[in-house]
Structure formats: structure tokens, C-alpha cells
Design a protein around this ligand. Structure first.
Ligand code: ADP
Length: 486
């Protein structure tokens, strides 16, 4: 008998994706199935989600879900078991999952994700569908309110886990939305959902969850501190015995250089020479002059979190050091303009593609020599894991999941043949320049570079390991619940 888990999130690859969260949510059902857990993924009914459903059955109709009409639809798509909260009023709009077309957060995000949380709590309580999950797994602030609704349901409820993919997004709203959320008045306290005078969705979930996980051990430590905790450090520190860091896995079927349909030439650790054709393809795609020097790539949201401001200021330096740069990303308009200007200054040396392009991201990992990830903080990071698997050496800040997954090519590590990338401390122009210089130097020694690539490709960042850790945690929580007689 499989144990039923309700996994609640605002995105799930390949249905809807704005970042790494989607990859993780989409991969978890497969990662946990071998451990006896059957995950039903509950997500909002965005048009692209509804369109993708292979089958659909309305299991519940709400006339008044926080004042909104909505339907709960059970279905499947891409092998995922889904529960979709269908409400055109909330989720069928232009713009993106969280923002309008101008990039501004939807002003009623509290209602959109409050309603999602309310409905998920109803599912968890066994009130609205045949599903009787034994545990609720809520991802990020958009899902966290479900845990608060369970807590205030007035009945013994199933245990819940909140996973923090990025604590910088707290889901904070003004206090005047509180009466609209349908929670009892006593919930508006510091022990409940109150957060700096407003309502904090993530905070509410973190307070109420049986366990909190985040996506790397280093980030789990970092968020206890003011510099990383974004105002939640006190809560995290107080609940430290219930906080666990589990590194994300990657989907090794989708991210496999030996079978990747997006690559001009597939390869593995034993046939790295075949990457050359992919490098040529990257040069062509980004208008770079053909050459033997290192091609650095960026696949990223263009934001200050990702250190893209510092990187933009170093474009000329990178070229002067003999590097070329292929950038795929979108985000901050100023940063987009700054990278576009750098490409105009350095034709043939810097190529920029503003936008989101899954296929092109695979091509870059399979053809560029190194990937730059100078994040100011990085809960886990996926692009370095893809880079490691594809022999595209990461050059990254020593923070969060980057610190946990990359072995820095210092002299000792190089000598021992265990290095997999380049780490530097603090996101400064000097620090990043030095790291790029080290990468260029090792690249100049083909034997050392190849060893570094091979080491990265050997590392196991599949879901095998991480799936096991989640399974252990879930089992323990279920046992504790049974023991306490709930
Ligand atoms: P975050 O979730 O903070 O954006 P991660 O590294 O965890 O960062 O995940 C980012 C995910 O989004 C990766 O799968 C990466 O390949 C993908 N990605 C980011 N920007 C782009 C882009 N412009 N085009 C295609 N994929 C992108």
C-alpha cells in the first residue's frame, strides 16, 4: 500500500515553471514513489495547466472559497497525479503566475494563494475529495497557508512539512487582508500568521508545520542568521530542531548529456571530445566568433540575488581575460539593457539572448565550458547541478547549495583530482574576477580541465539520495503522528 501525500505548490514542471521550484515539485512524485509514497500534486488552474490535462473530473465545487467560485479538478498530465484548483477569476489572466504583464505582483495574490491554501486544507482534512492524504507537503509561501488553515481547523489534522525554496519571498500582505482569510481572530498573533504587522503566508506555515525543510544544509544554517533570514531568522532559530536541509535532486532523464535531444552531439564522461560540436552550436546560436578559448555561459533570472549586477560590470574584464560569454536570461530591465550593451561593445565575444528558452538552456549546458553563478544567496541552485552533469564547470559563490554541491578547484583539490568547479566568497567584482581568472587558468591545462569535468559528471545529484532523505523524514513524522494517537 502506497502512503498518500498531498504536495501543494504554485508551479510544477512541465506544466508551469518560473524557476527551480517547478523542477523540484515536478520531480518529487517520481523520487518518492520507490519509497512507497504516492504524491498528488495540487496546483492552481492556470490556462496552460488546464490545457495539459489528459483526463479531468470535477471532484468539488466551491460557491464561496474566500468569496470566489472555484472547482477542484482531479486529473493527470505528464504522468503526474494532479488536483487543480480551477477558478478563472483567480488564475486565468494574462501576465505570469505571480505578476501582471508589466511585471507587478497581482494585487490579490493573497486571495489567489489564500484560496489555494484553503482548498488544500480541505483536501488534507478529507472533506472535498476521495483523496485522504496522510501528510501535507507545502512548497514556499504560495502553499504555506494551507498549513495554517489545518492548524486552525479545530480538529486533529495530518502532519505537514513546509519546504523553503527561497526565504526571500515571504508572501507578506497588509493586515487588512486578515479578516478576508476566514481564519479565527486568535490566528492574528505572533504565534500565528501575524508578521511584522501584516500577514505572512510563509511565516504562518513555518510556525505551524511539523517540520521545515529547505533545499540545502548550508542554506538551512544561513537562514538562522539576519543576513539571510529576511526577518524570519528568529523563527528558524527557535525551530532549529525541526529544520532540515535536503539538497534538491535533478531529473536525470531530462538532464542527461548522453540522450539529450537538444544537443547537436550527445556525449558522456568518456566522450567529452564530442562536446566540441555543441560548443560550435553555442557559438552559432549566440553569434560568437569560433575559437578555442573558454566560453562562459549564464542561464539565470537577471536579478541582484543572482549577482547579475556585479557580473554585468565585469563583462569587459571577462573579455579582456580571453573569455567569451553566452547569456540566456531575463528579469530586471536595467540588467537586460546592460548585458545587451555589453554584447554591442563586444561583437563576437559576448552574445545575449533575453528571454526564457528551455531548449537553449540545455544547449548551453552541453556546449559552454563553464557556467557563472555569482549569487548573493542561493538556497540550492539547479543550474550548477546541470552544469556538473554536463561537464560545464560552475564558477559560483560559496553560499547555500552552491557551497554544498561544488568542490572548489583549490590546489589541494586539483592535486587530489576531486575538484568540480570554482567557488569564491562574497559577491564582489574582485572576488568574481579572481574566480574567472582561476577558471581560465585551469582551462589552459586540458588534462586538469578534463579531470575537473569528469569529476563533476561522476557526482550523483539525482533524486536517489534526496528522495531517500525526504522519505525518511516523512516516515518519521507519520510514526510520531500515529504514536501521539492522532
Ligand atoms: P531559481 O529557481 O532561483 O531561479 P535555480 O537555479 O534553482 O534558480 O533554477 C532555475 C531554473 O530555471 C533552472 O532549471 C534553469 O535552467 C532555469 N532557467 C533560468 N533562467 C532560464 C532561461 N532564461 N531560460 C531557460 N531556463 C532558465
Amino acid at each position: 500500500m502506497m502512503t498518500s501525500i498531498l504536495s501543494l505548490a504554485s508551479e510544477a514542471y512541465p506544466l508551469i515553471k518560473t524557476g527551480g521550484l517547478a523542477d523540484v515539485v515536478g520531480a518529487m512524485p517520481g523520487a518518492l514513489a520507490p519509497h512507497g509514497f504516492r504524491l498528488t500534486t495540487m496546483i492552481p488552474g492556470y490556462p496552460e495547466v488546464l490545457k495539459a490535462l489528459d483526463s479531468r473530473q470535477v471532484v468539488h465545487r466551491y460557491d464561496d472559497l474566500l468569496g470566489i467560485e472555484a472547482r477542484l479538478v482531479a486529473g493527470t498530465a505528464y504522468g503526474l497525479d494532479l488536483l487543480v484548483l480551477e477558478s478563472p477569476e483567480l488564475f486565468s489572466r494574462g501576465g505570469s503566475a505571480y505578476c501582471d504583464v508589466t511585471g507587478r505582483d497581482w494585487p490579490d495574490n493573497w486571495l489567489r494563494f489564500g484560496a489555494l491554501g484553503r482548498a488544500a486544507a480541505d483536501v488534507a482534512l478529507g472533506k472535498v475529495s476521495d483523496l485522504h492524504p496522510e501528510l501535507l507537503h507545502a512548497h514556499d509561501w504560495q502553499a504555506a497557508m494551507a498549513v495554517a488553515y489545518l492548524r486552525y481547523a479545530g480538529v486533529a489534522a495530518i502532519p505537514s512539512v513546509v519546504t523553503i525554496h527561497n526565504i526571500a519571498f515571504p508572501g507578506r500582505f497588509p493586515a487588512d487582508v486578515f479578516p478576508e482569510l476566514g481564519l479565527p481572530p486568535e490566528a492574528f498573533t505572533i504565534e500565528g500568521v501575524e508578521y511584522y504587522g501584516g500577514v505572512g503566508f510563509l511565516k504562518a506555515g513555518l510556525r505551524a508545520a511539523a517540520a521545515i525543510t529547505t533545499v540545502s544544509p548550508t542554506y538551512a544554517e544561513e537562514i538562522r542568521k539576519k543576513a539571510f533570514g529576511m526577518g524570519l531568522e528568529g523563527l528558524i532559530a527557535a525551530r532549529r530542531d525541526h529544520v532540515f536541509g535536503i539538497v534538491n535532486g535533478i531529473d536525470t532523464a531530462i538532464w542527461n548529456p548522453a540522450t539529450d535531444p537538444h544537443l547537436a552531439s550527445v556525449y558522456d564522461a568518456g566522450t567529452l571530445d564530442r562536446r566540441k560540436q555543441n560548443k560550435r552550436a553555442v557559438e552559432t546560436a549566440f553569434g560568437l566568433a569560433q575559437g578555442e578559448g573558454p566560453v562562459f555561459c549564464i542561464i539565470s533570472r537577471l536579478t541582484t540575488q543572482k549577482g547579475m549586477d556585479v557580473l554585468a560590470s565585469l563583462a569587459d574584464t571577462l573579455v579582456a581575460m580571453g573569455g567569451r560569454l553566452a547569456l540566456l536570461g531575463s528579469g530586471d530591465a536595467k540588467l537586460e539593457a546592460s548585458f545587451a550593451a555589453a554584447a554591442r561593445r563586444h561583437p563576437g565575444r559576448i552574445g545575449v539572448r533575453i528571454g526564457y528558452d528551455e531548449a537553449l538552456s540545455h544547449k548551453l549546458q552541453g556546449g559552454a565550458d563553464a557556467i557563472l553563478i555569482p549569487s548573493r544567496f542561493e538556497p540550492c541552485g539547479l543550474t550548477q547541478l546541470y552544469g556538473l552533469r554536463y561537464g560545464c564547470a560552475p564558477v559560483a559563490t560559496r553560499t547555500g547549495g552552491l557551497a554544498d554541491t561544488i568542490v572548489d578547484a583549490n590546489e589541494a583539490a586539483l592535486a587530489a583530482g576531486v575538484a568540480t568547479g570554482f567557488l569564491f566568497d562574497g559577491v564582489t567584482a574582485d572576488g568574481l574576477t579572481h574566480a574567472i581568472a582561476r577558471a581560465v587558468a585551469v582551462y589552459g591545462n586540458p588534462t586538469a580541465w578534463r579531470l575537473l569535468q569528469e569529476q563533476g559528471m561522476k557526482a550523483d545529484y539525482s533524486w536517489n539520495r534526496s528522495g531517500k532523505r525526504y522519505a525518511e523524514l516523512f516516515r518519521r513524522l507519520l510514526k510520531e503522528t500515529h504514536r501521539s494517537g492522532r
